[in-house]
Design a protein around this ligand. Structure first.
Ligand SMILES: Cc1ncc(COP(=O)(O)O)c(C=O)c1O
Length: 370
């Protein structure tokens, strides 16, 4: 059997007719930026996340950047102010911070959920600290109530990177914006709710922040050719918005499917060399953007899977603080993050994966002997 890590043609094929109708509607409308499709999607996504406002952007990195840039302006943070960020993340979380002339201060994660370790945040706070950036890695939420309590106590802002977690309120019965000043999303094609190219957005309950972010992403203008601040061009295309509205209407059912697939893996995998995510517990606590397993012989495991036609990906082989681009952080040692980066392997998990394919993957994995 040949099972790629992810075949987006198959995944999007599940909704083919609806997606094609939505795309055709936009193509025939002549309105490719701004307009009803964007407004509709922003309203739907804000409501879906229990937030008052949604500002669409060209990608997730821009959404994080806009969130930080505008909070920096509104709160008068000086250059070099410190943002405590989850150490186990995609590089974009760090890049958004440095793009805004702020300083990322990585905080190690827990070995239980791979999210920011709340017990380690306070020790990193000093007079220069202005914000915390939790990252819902692999689709599982951070402990937001505890993060909020720490932030409130020290008068810090929270910018949440939810680029890997789509619509937590659908799964966890709480609202994303409640515990965060602003939450950023990516709709990169491989995400649970993926666009047909790049797209992103931020949600917030803060109208001043939403207005400023909207202007910032539109060349700094609220009225055409009247530029009040120095901005950037970061827009979501109408065709992406129309397709994302279709995807949103199927997101909950697809997230449930992902949970069922995670359960099937948890129940089937029984190789002592392979550790299950979250100790094999709490399947309902994630929207399973990624199904990570852990193995000390990861390279051999990946080769074994590949030699049996099973694709897999490492999320991520090198943590941001060990990247060349962040040489100033290279001397830091963050053992939990580094251990995850040395042992993690993501198995195929997506709405188009069949039970037969999963059983094959489980069988191959259980036969791995190193
Ligand atoms: C945790 C995290 N943050 C930020 C991003 C950036 O999103 P984008 O690729 O849409 O810019 C991603 C996307 O891959 C991500 O996984």
């Amino acid at each position: 059997m040949n099972i790629p890590f992810l075949d987006l043609g198959n995944v999007n094929g599940l909704l083919q007719t609806e997606i094609e109708q939505a795309a055709l509607r936009v193509i025939r409308s002549g309105q490719y930026l701004y307009g009803d499709e964007i407004q509709n999607f922003e309203q739907q996504w804000a409501a879906a996340n229990g937030a008052a406002y949604c500002v669409s952007t060209a990608n997730g990195l821009d959404a994080l950047t806009a969130a930080l840039h505008c909070l920096k302006a509104l709160c008068h943070w000086p250059d070099g102010s410190e943002v405590i960020v989850s150490a186990h993340t995609f590089i974009a979380s760090f890049e958004a911070i440095t793009r805004c002339n702020l300083k990322p201060v990585p905080c190690d994660v827990t070995p239980h959920d791979y999210n920011i370790d709340c017990n380690k945040i306070t020790a990193l706070i000093n007079a220069n600290t202005v914000a915390i950036m939790p990252v819902h890695i692999y689709g599982r939420p951070c402990d937001m109530p505890t993060i909020k309590a720490i932030a409130d106590h020290h008068n810090l802002r929270i910018i949440t990177d939810s680029c890997q977690m789509h619509r937590q309120s659908s799964i966890f019965n709480f609202q994303s914006s409640i515990n965060s000043d602003v939450t950023a999303f990516s709709f990169y094609p491989a995400k649970n709710m993926g666009a047909f190219g790049d797209a992103g957005c931020l949600v917030t309950d803060n109208n001043e922040l939403a207005d400023l972010a909207r202007a910032y992403c539109n060349y700094g203008a609220t009225v055409k050719y009247h530029h009040e601040i120095k901005g950037i061009n970061s827009r979501m295309d109408s065709v992406q918005a129309a397709i994302l509205s279709v995807k949103l209407s199927h997101l909950d059912e697809q997230n449930k499917l992902r949970q069922a697939q995670a359960l099937r893996y948890n129940q089937g995998i029984s190789n002592p060399l392979v550790s299950l995510p979250y100790g094999g517990q709490d399947v309902d606590q994630s929207c399973w953007h990624v199904y990570p397993v852990f193995c000390d012989k990861r390279q051999q495991l990946q080769q074994w899977l590949s030699s049996h036609g099973v694709g897999s990906i490492i999320h991520y082989p090198i943590p941001p603080h060990k990247q060349k681009a962040y040489a100033e952080l290279n001397d830091l040692t963050l053992p939990v993050t580094e251990h995850i980066c040395n042992t993690e392997l993501s198995l195929p998990l997506n709405p188009a994966l069949t039970a037969e394919q999963q059983d094959y993957i489980i069988d191959v994995l259980n036969k791995f002997t190193a």
